[in-house]
Design a binder for this molecule. Structure first.
Ligand SMILES: [Zn+2]
Ligand SMILES: [Zn+2]
Length: 342
């Protein structure tokens, strides 16, 4: 079987491995789809010299979706042939966070598949049985892979913001997470203002339901958002970029008593707390992916509400085209990009 390694300096190399066997409490997944997420790009671009300092390379891919090919011992609630999405974290299963399905917040220790443990960019993958979440029959594998990180993260963030149909939501960044947030907020009835610096992504946002699009290289986004909201600002704003200046814009574009949600990771951002947050009576949220139940929820919503996933997923590749897929995604002009197996 083949598996991918990022060997440094934006090179993706396919390697031959023996097919692994599941141990107690584990299952073997025959991979059917594995998404590319913005958070993989740091690992992809890391220099060869930094890679050389690592004892071993991890197989990337944290949106694994497949069919169960083999059961290890003591696995009672799954069968060979089941179509499953992986909730890509392990935890102790006993602490308060694991018990609510947030194994990524385990109070003891957690692994993130695709970062600290081998992920989905391989033909077969051994995973703990409890990470397998059943897929609705109507959901295709590529759409399920999107749900397993980027799209699921967007769904959870929009739910955390309690977006309702009478509201205007400004969504900063229209990569796969921001585009998904645009799609869901629009499906929930809100008026979406989508902000990005790339026209192809803004056009996709429009197709996914954004009522207004703003290219932040051409106009000042806060000014335009205020013009579109009688001078008051958006009811809710969401940052899917992680860029400090954009986070400030997300805060400044929210109206008095508004809500702000941060999803884009990394960097440090400085706020004038009194002026920008306290005196505006803002509710500020951080939202990190989703629980095991949250993964089921987004999959069900996508099916029941016929979310236009085929518009969101602009490119699919086979794993042998990995270099091409990552070279394309890193340019930042696409929607969601997913590896699929026939
Ligand atoms: Zn735990
Ligand atoms: Zn991700």
């Amino acid at each position: 079987m083949k598996a991918l390694h990022f060997v440094g300096d934006s090179l993706a190399e396919l390697k031959e491995f023996d097919k692994p066997s599941p141990g107690n409490g584990e299952v073997l997944l025959e991979m059917k789809a594995s998404g590319i997420c913005g958070s993989d790009l740091g690992n992809f671009k890391e220099s060869k010299s930094l890679k050389a300092e690592r004892s071993s390379l991890i197989i990337p891919g944290h949106e694994p979706v497949g069919v169960i090919a083999e059961l290890g011992g003591e696995v009672g609630n799954l069968s060979v042939g089941d179509r499953v999405m992986m909730h890509h974290y392990s935890g102790c299963l006993r602490c308060s966070m694991c018990r609510i399905g947030y194994t990524q917040m385990c109070l003891q220790h957690h692994e993130v598949y695709g970062y600290s443990a081998d992920g989905g960019h391989q033909d077969y993958m051994v995973v703990p049985a409890y990470t397998c979440i059943s897929m609705p029959d109507e959901l295709d594998f590529a759409a399920a892979a999107a749900c397993a990180c980027g799209t699921g993260t967007a769904f959870q963030a929009i739910k955390r913001l309690n977006v309702i149909g009478s509201e205007t939501v400004a969504i900063f960044g229209q990569g796969p997470v921001g585009l998904s947030a645009t799609m869901f907020a629009a499906q929930m009835g809100a008026r979406v203002i989508a902000i990005d610096v790339v026209d192809t992504r803004l056009n996709l946002a429009k197709e996914l339901g954004a009522e207004e699009i703003i290219n932040a290289t051409k106009v000042d986004s806060e000014t335009v958002i205020r013009e579109l909201t009688s001078g008051e600002g958006a009811d809710s704003t969401l940052d899917a970029t992680g860029i400090p200046d954009v986070r400030l814009e997300a805060v400044d574009s929210a109206k008095y008593w508004g809500k702000v949600c941060f999803v884009g990771e990394g960097n440090t951002t400085t706020f004038d707390i009194s002026k920008q947050i306290i005196h505006k009576q803002l509710t500020v949220l951080g939202s990190w992916t989703f629980s095991q139940a949250g993964l089921s929820d987004v999959a069900r919503f996508v099916v029941e509400r016929k979310s236009p996933m085929s518009k969101l997923i602009t490119h699919t590749f086979n794993l042998d085209e990995a270099q091409c897929a990552y070279d394309l995604f890193v340019e930042g002009n696409t929607g969601k990009v997913v590896f699929v197996w026939d």
